[in-house]
Design a protein around this ligand. Structure first.
Ligand code: NDP
Length: 237
């Protein structure tokens, strides 16, 4: 079996469930040693670590709260100490908040921004100087980081648009040192955050070209491509 990420080290945020868990498994399958974070789902995280290690790599879960971005440089230091390097950083952990403007609690806004935006800055800022030429920073943004299509999602839109800004500028700023910055911007993916069943799901399903929600593994396949040797001339995209 081909192992395009053999001897690479990936750090993935929010790897205990959903898209992040699929990314951890896929990067491990492709040969990477994987460090990943979770906030509360310790049991699920341990199960993902076991599955990933089943591919013959080192896989380890770290409890690290993205809502406390100032603590994240310590996580980077720990991963560097225990894994020796970071080649791929996947900023995946994220939360959703809907609601009419005028009725949103400022505390909920601040919580989302800390996880969806501040943590992406804090981790990238701490990790990038340790990444060697060819390093990859891959942000899990959203179609809602390009378009504001649905009603009452302005806070989530703004957080993902911010990540779009990071990618577009950082790709240029980091190009000289050989680091590549990309994003995957999925439409609706069937996870706890956005289940494919229920009344809310139908309008989203109808908006998709394929008439269905995506699966976490389908996002993970795109991340694995962007992390791998075949994507060595892709940045900013
Ligand atoms: P899930 O809710 O299924 O999983 C979220 C993951 O992030 C979990 O592992 C969770 O850990 C972790 N997480 C949440 N809060 C924190 C925190 N404060 N600190 C550390 N980790 C945290 O979400 P998805 O898999 O659906 O979403 C993943 C990413 O994909 C997000 O950035 C989301 O915005 C984006 N996205 C999702 C889409 C979808 O339709 N599902 C579409 C487009 C983008 P724990 O288990 O411990 O809570």
């Amino acid at each position: 079996m081909s192992k395009p990420l053999k001897n690479k080290v990936a750090l993935v945020t929010g790897g205990s469930r959903g898209i992040g868990a699929a990314i951890v498994r896929r990067l491990a399958k492709d040969g990477a040693n994987v460090a990943f974070t979770y906030s509360t789902s310790a049991k699920a995280a341990a199960a993902v670590a076991r599955e990933a290690a089943g591919f013959g790599v080192v896989a380890k879960a770290y409890r690290a709260d993205s809502a406390a971005p100032k603590t994240l440089p310590r996580l980077v230091a720990r991963v560097l100490k225990e894994f020796g390097r970071i080649d791929v950083l996947v900023n995946n952990a994220g939360v959703f908040l809907g609601g009419k403007i005028g009725e949103i609690r400022p505390a909920d806004y601040e919580h989302l921004m800390r996880i969806n935006v501040d943590a992406v800055f804090a981790l990238t800022n701490a990790a990038v100087k340790h990444m060697k030429t060819g390093g990859r920073i891959i942000n899990i943004s959203s179609i809602l980081g390009e378009r504001a299509t649905g009603p009452d999602m302005g806070v989530y839109n703004a957080s993902k648009f911010a990540v779009t800004g990071f990618r577009r500028r950082w790709a240029k700023d980091l190009g000289a040192r050989g680091s590549l910055v990309t994003a995957v911007q999925p439409g609706p993916i069937d996870t706890d955050l956005n289940p494919a069943t229920g009344a809310h799901a139908e309008p989203m399903r109808r908006q998709t070209a394929l008439g269905r929600f995506g699966r976490p593994e389908e996002v993970a396949a795109a991340v694995a491509f962007l992390a791998g040797p075949a994507a060595g001339y892709i940045t900013g995209a």
